[in-house]
Write a protein of this length. Structure first.
Length: 242
């Protein structure tokens, strides 16, 4: 269920998947760039996350179907701005950096920009998560030819182009499916370094070995998908800028 709100005049919508992030939300929402709209997707929180987000001025979307991909896609569906950013809601990433990530999309020099995480302390990124990320980067290169360092949770692209990818994964594989289908469609993909801080609270995915490797398993399934027969180029949707 999506709570009604007037259409956003913001140049960029920021989708924030949220599951029990009441502690981090005030810091995160206070740092959303001025004039941009925060869309907090409550994915079944048992704390006061949704109420806090609403009080702080965010547009709140309720997605009862549990899963990172389900939350991301609900936010994308609710977005109205031409460009959409995604960012974790746990205070590990600073939303004030979003303009540098979205910049190449806004000026037409890239179709998809990923924030490459640069940990500021060792505990910001557990060893098992780093190892899994290295393996994922290798698999992405083998599947797509793209030489990337990180499938980070901060990213930006044009809304209509994202919707045209017809993403179906609703769990941990959603960001990877987005990247793979974008690569198959010939999108220009870029990376921007972003500092990565220790998150507030416990991670639902990379906080445990089990969660990390479940995510890897989801992503292997995505990588095994055959390329779409007629991929949609970012240039074929409004504002592709190719």
């Amino acid at each position: 269920m999506i709570e009604t709100s007037p259409p956003s005049p913001a140049p960029v919508d920021v989708v924030l998947p949220c599951l029990d992030e009441a502690e981090a939300l005030p810091w995160v929402l206070d740092r959303i760039p001025s004039g941009w709209r925060a869309i907090v997707v409550d994915n079944g929180s048992t704390d006061s996350s949704a109420d806090i987000a609403r009080v702080l001025g965010a547009h709140v979307v309720h997605e009862p179907r549990r899963g990172f991909g389900a939350a991301c896609h609900a936010g994308l569906t609710a977005a109205t701005a031409e460009v959409v950013c995604f960012c974790d809601c746990d205070a590990s990433l600073d939303p004030t950096l979003l303009p540098s990530v979205a910049g190449p999309v806004l000026d037409g020099s890239a179709d998809l920009v990923l924030g490459r995480r640069r940990p500021v302390t060792r505990r910001a990124w557990p060893l098992h998560a780093r190892l899994a990320n290295l393996e994922l980067a290798r698999l992405i290169h083998r599947r797509t030819g793209l030489r990337l360092h990180d499938l980070g949770p901060m990213r930006a692209a044009r809304r209509e182009s994202l919707l045209a990818l017809n993403l179906t994964d609703r769990r941990s594989g959603y960001p990877l499916q987005l990247l793979v289908r974008a690569a198959d469609a010939g999108w220009r993909v870029a990376e921007k370094d972003v500092p990565y801080r220790p998150r507030t609270g416990r991670s639902k995915v990379t906080g445990t070995w089990r969660g990390t490797w479940q995510a890897v398993r989801d992503m292997r399934a995505v990588l095994a998908e055959r390329p779409a027969g007629d991929p949609v180029s970012a240039a074929t949707t409004r504002g592709g800028g190719r």
